[in-house]
Design a protein around this ligand. Sequence first.
Ligand code: CA
Ligand code: CA
Length: 234
Amino acid sequence: MRKITILALLSSTALAAPALASAPISVTAGDPCGDMHAYVEVNGQQQSAPATDRTPRFDFAKVGVESTATGVRISWTSCGPIGDADAQGGERAFSTDLGNNCYLSVDEQEYGAPVQPRKVTYSKLCYRDDPGPTNGTPLQDNTDERFSLTVPAGALRVSGNTMTVDLDRANYTGEAAQALAAGTKWQTLFAGTVETLTAWGGTFGTAIGPFDSMSYSGPGGVDWAGSNATFTVQ
Ligand SMILES: [Ca+2]
Ligand SMILES: [Ca+2]
Protein backbone atom coordinates (compact mmCIF):
# COMPACT_ATOMS: atom_id res chain seq x y z
CA MET A 1 0.00 0.00 0.00
CA ARG A 2 1.18 3.46 -0.80
CA LYS A 3 0.13 6.52 1.14
CA ILE A 4 1.06 9.51 -0.93
CA THR A 5 -0.37 12.76 -2.18
CA ILE A 6 -2.15 12.91 -5.49
CA LEU A 7 0.79 14.85 -6.93
CA ALA A 8 3.07 11.88 -6.40
CA LEU A 9 0.57 9.63 -8.14
CA LEU A 10 0.43 12.13 -10.96
CA SER A 11 4.18 12.21 -11.42
CA SER A 12 4.44 8.45 -11.74
CA THR A 13 1.47 8.26 -14.11
CA ALA A 14 2.67 11.09 -16.33
CA LEU A 15 5.87 9.20 -17.02
CA ALA A 16 3.96 6.73 -19.15
CA ALA A 17 2.03 9.30 -21.16
CA PRO A 18 2.95 9.82 -24.81
CA ALA A 19 3.63 13.26 -26.29
CA LEU A 20 2.32 14.55 -29.62
CA ALA A 21 3.69 17.32 -31.76
CA SER A 22 0.89 19.89 -31.92
CA ALA A 23 1.50 23.20 -30.18
CA PRO A 24 -1.61 25.38 -29.68
CA ILE A 25 -1.46 28.55 -27.57
CA SER A 26 -3.85 27.10 -25.05
CA VAL A 27 -4.83 23.55 -24.26
CA THR A 28 -8.08 22.44 -22.69
CA ALA A 29 -9.07 18.90 -21.84
CA GLY A 30 -12.67 18.06 -21.06
CA ASP A 31 -13.54 15.37 -18.58
CA PRO A 32 -16.85 13.68 -17.71
CA CYS A 33 -18.73 14.50 -14.54
CA GLY A 34 -19.53 11.57 -12.29
CA ASP A 35 -16.25 9.71 -12.83
CA MET A 36 -14.79 10.64 -9.45
CA HIS A 37 -15.00 7.97 -6.78
CA ALA A 38 -13.00 5.74 -4.54
CA TYR A 39 -12.92 2.16 -5.79
CA VAL A 40 -11.65 -1.35 -5.53
CA GLU A 41 -11.13 -3.28 -8.76
CA VAL A 42 -10.70 -7.04 -8.78
CA ASN A 43 -10.05 -8.95 -12.01
CA GLY A 44 -11.31 -6.03 -14.06
CA GLN A 45 -14.58 -5.67 -12.11
CA GLN A 46 -14.72 -2.31 -10.41
CA GLN A 47 -16.69 -1.68 -7.23
CA SER A 48 -17.09 2.05 -6.65
CA ALA A 49 -17.69 3.82 -3.38
CA PRO A 50 -20.57 6.29 -3.60
CA ALA A 51 -19.85 9.95 -4.33
CA THR A 52 -20.14 12.36 -1.42
CA ASP A 53 -21.79 15.78 -1.35
CA ARG A 54 -18.28 17.22 -1.69
CA THR A 55 -17.42 15.21 -4.79
CA PRO A 56 -18.73 17.69 -7.43
CA ARG A 57 -16.42 20.47 -6.23
CA PHE A 58 -13.42 18.25 -6.99
CA ASP A 59 -14.75 16.14 -9.91
CA PHE A 60 -13.04 17.60 -13.00
CA ALA A 61 -15.22 18.81 -15.86
CA LYS A 62 -12.28 20.46 -17.65
CA VAL A 63 -8.66 21.37 -17.09
CA GLY A 64 -6.55 23.79 -19.08
CA VAL A 65 -3.51 25.97 -19.53
CA GLU A 66 -3.24 29.25 -21.39
CA SER A 67 -0.71 32.02 -21.87
CA THR A 68 -1.42 35.35 -20.21
CA ALA A 69 0.33 38.70 -20.67
CA THR A 70 2.55 37.90 -17.69
CA GLY A 71 2.94 34.14 -17.72
CA VAL A 72 0.77 31.04 -17.66
CA ARG A 73 -2.64 30.34 -16.15
CA ILE A 74 -3.59 26.86 -14.94
CA SER A 75 -7.31 26.16 -14.57
CA TRP A 76 -9.23 23.35 -12.95
CA THR A 77 -12.98 23.41 -13.65
CA SER A 78 -15.15 21.17 -11.51
CA CYS A 79 -18.68 19.82 -11.83
CA GLY A 80 -20.01 22.01 -9.03
CA PRO A 81 -19.19 25.28 -7.27
CA ILE A 82 -15.76 25.06 -5.61
CA GLY A 83 -16.41 27.54 -2.80
CA ASP A 84 -14.08 28.11 0.12
CA ALA A 85 -11.76 25.51 1.60
CA ASP A 86 -13.60 23.54 4.26
CA ALA A 87 -12.62 21.33 7.19
CA GLN A 88 -12.27 18.15 5.14
CA GLY A 89 -9.26 18.84 2.94
CA GLY A 90 -8.58 18.05 -0.69
CA GLU A 91 -6.10 18.57 -3.48
CA ARG A 92 -5.89 19.53 -7.14
CA ALA A 93 -2.69 18.93 -9.06
CA PHE A 94 -1.37 19.66 -12.52
CA SER A 95 1.75 18.24 -14.12
CA THR A 96 3.46 18.51 -17.47
CA ASP A 97 6.54 17.03 -19.15
CA LEU A 98 9.32 19.54 -19.89
CA GLY A 99 11.47 16.93 -21.61
CA ASN A 100 14.80 15.52 -20.40
CA ASN A 101 12.97 13.52 -17.71
CA CYS A 102 11.83 16.71 -16.00
CA TYR A 103 8.28 17.47 -14.88
CA LEU A 104 6.67 20.74 -13.88
CA SER A 105 3.86 20.69 -11.34
CA VAL A 106 1.34 23.02 -9.76
CA ASP A 107 -0.31 21.57 -6.69
CA GLU A 108 -3.16 23.08 -4.66
CA GLN A 109 -3.69 21.62 -1.21
CA GLU A 110 -6.49 22.04 1.33
CA TYR A 111 -5.63 20.81 4.77
CA GLY A 112 -8.88 20.15 6.60
CA ALA A 113 -9.51 20.87 10.26
CA PRO A 114 -8.56 23.35 11.43
CA VAL A 115 -9.34 25.08 8.14
CA GLN A 116 -6.25 26.78 6.74
CA PRO A 117 -5.71 28.88 3.62
CA ARG A 118 -5.31 26.93 0.40
CA LYS A 119 -1.64 26.49 -0.44
CA VAL A 120 -0.30 26.29 -4.00
CA THR A 121 3.16 24.91 -4.77
CA TYR A 122 5.00 25.35 -8.06
CA SER A 123 7.75 22.79 -8.54
CA LYS A 124 10.03 20.99 -10.96
CA LEU A 125 11.27 17.45 -10.50
CA CYS A 126 13.76 15.61 -12.69
CA TYR A 127 14.54 11.90 -12.76
CA ARG A 128 18.21 10.98 -13.02
CA ASP A 129 19.77 7.75 -14.23
CA ASP A 130 22.32 7.98 -11.43
CA PRO A 131 20.87 8.04 -7.91
CA GLY A 132 24.13 9.51 -6.58
CA PRO A 133 25.31 8.75 -3.04
CA THR A 134 22.05 6.93 -2.21
CA ASN A 135 22.82 4.28 -4.88
CA GLY A 136 22.32 0.79 -3.49
CA THR A 137 21.00 1.99 -0.15
CA PRO A 138 17.43 1.59 1.13
CA LEU A 139 17.02 5.32 0.57
CA GLN A 140 18.03 5.13 -3.10
CA ASP A 141 16.50 8.13 -4.78
CA ASN A 142 16.85 9.07 -8.43
CA THR A 143 14.76 12.22 -8.16
CA ASP A 144 16.23 15.70 -8.34
CA GLU A 145 13.93 18.46 -7.10
CA ARG A 146 15.01 21.54 -9.03
CA PHE A 147 12.71 23.91 -7.16
CA SER A 148 9.58 23.87 -5.01
CA LEU A 149 8.06 27.29 -4.37
CA THR A 150 4.93 28.50 -2.64
CA VAL A 151 2.83 30.52 -5.08
CA PRO A 152 1.67 33.94 -3.76
CA ALA A 153 -1.83 33.68 -2.29
CA GLY A 154 -3.18 36.30 -4.70
CA ALA A 155 -2.38 34.06 -7.68
CA LEU A 156 -5.17 31.64 -6.71
CA ARG A 157 -8.73 32.56 -7.64
CA VAL A 158 -12.00 30.72 -7.40
CA SER A 159 -14.98 31.74 -9.48
CA GLY A 160 -17.99 29.45 -9.57
CA ASN A 161 -16.85 26.04 -10.73
CA THR A 162 -13.36 27.16 -11.75
CA MET A 163 -10.13 27.56 -9.83
CA THR A 164 -7.22 29.29 -11.56
CA VAL A 165 -3.58 29.79 -10.63
CA ASP A 166 -1.56 32.48 -12.39
CA LEU A 167 2.17 31.86 -12.64
CA ASP A 168 3.73 35.25 -13.31
CA ARG A 169 7.26 35.24 -14.72
CA ALA A 170 8.15 38.33 -12.71
CA ASN A 171 7.81 36.37 -9.47
CA TYR A 172 10.45 33.82 -10.43
CA THR A 173 14.09 33.41 -11.39
CA GLY A 174 16.24 30.64 -12.83
CA GLU A 175 14.53 27.43 -13.88
CA ALA A 176 11.23 28.56 -12.34
CA ALA A 177 11.20 31.53 -14.74
CA GLN A 178 12.56 29.51 -17.69
CA ALA A 179 9.58 27.15 -17.52
CA LEU A 180 7.34 30.19 -18.09
CA ALA A 181 9.44 31.74 -20.87
CA ALA A 182 7.98 32.22 -24.35
CA GLY A 183 8.67 29.21 -26.54
CA THR A 184 8.91 26.70 -23.68
CA LYS A 185 7.04 23.52 -24.55
CA TRP A 186 4.84 21.76 -22.02
CA GLN A 187 4.38 18.26 -23.43
CA THR A 188 1.40 16.27 -22.22
CA LEU A 189 -0.84 17.88 -19.63
CA PHE A 190 -2.09 15.83 -16.77
CA ALA A 191 -4.27 16.68 -13.77
CA GLY A 192 -5.40 14.78 -10.73
CA THR A 193 -7.67 15.59 -7.83
CA VAL A 194 -8.73 13.96 -4.60
CA GLU A 195 -11.37 15.06 -2.10
CA THR A 196 -9.13 14.29 0.85
CA LEU A 197 -5.59 15.58 1.12
CA THR A 198 -4.11 12.09 1.01
CA ALA A 199 -4.91 9.31 -1.43
CA TRP A 200 -4.24 5.64 -1.02
CA GLY A 201 -3.83 3.64 -4.16
CA GLY A 202 -2.09 0.72 -5.72
CA THR A 203 -2.23 -2.19 -8.12
CA PHE A 204 -0.99 -5.71 -7.69
CA GLY A 205 -1.45 -9.05 -9.33
CA THR A 206 -0.97 -12.62 -8.16
CA ALA A 207 -1.57 -14.28 -11.55
CA ILE A 208 -3.16 -17.18 -9.65
CA GLY A 209 -6.16 -17.71 -7.41
CA PRO A 210 -9.22 -15.52 -7.06
CA PHE A 211 -7.34 -12.21 -7.22
CA ASP A 212 -5.51 -12.19 -10.56
CA SER A 213 -5.29 -8.45 -10.41
CA MET A 214 -6.42 -5.88 -7.94
CA SER A 215 -6.25 -2.13 -7.73
CA TYR A 216 -7.75 0.34 -5.34
CA SER A 217 -7.97 4.04 -4.74
CA GLY A 218 -9.29 5.97 -1.78
CA PRO A 219 -10.34 6.91 0.80
CA GLY A 220 -11.90 9.89 -0.97
CA GLY A 221 -12.80 10.06 -4.62
CA VAL A 222 -9.99 10.42 -7.14
CA ASP A 223 -10.28 11.88 -10.64
CA TRP A 224 -7.86 12.31 -13.54
CA ALA A 225 -7.95 14.46 -16.66
CA GLY A 226 -5.44 15.39 -19.30
CA SER A 227 -4.35 15.90 -22.86
CA ASN A 228 -1.52 14.58 -24.98
CA ALA A 229 -1.26 17.96 -26.73
CA THR A 230 1.82 20.13 -26.36
CA PHE A 231 1.31 23.65 -25.01
CA THR A 232 3.84 26.27 -26.10
CA VAL A 233 4.19 29.27 -23.79
CA GLN A 234 3.60 32.52 -25.69
CA1 CA B 1 -14.47 14.18 -13.95
CA1 CA C 1 -11.61 11.85 -15.22
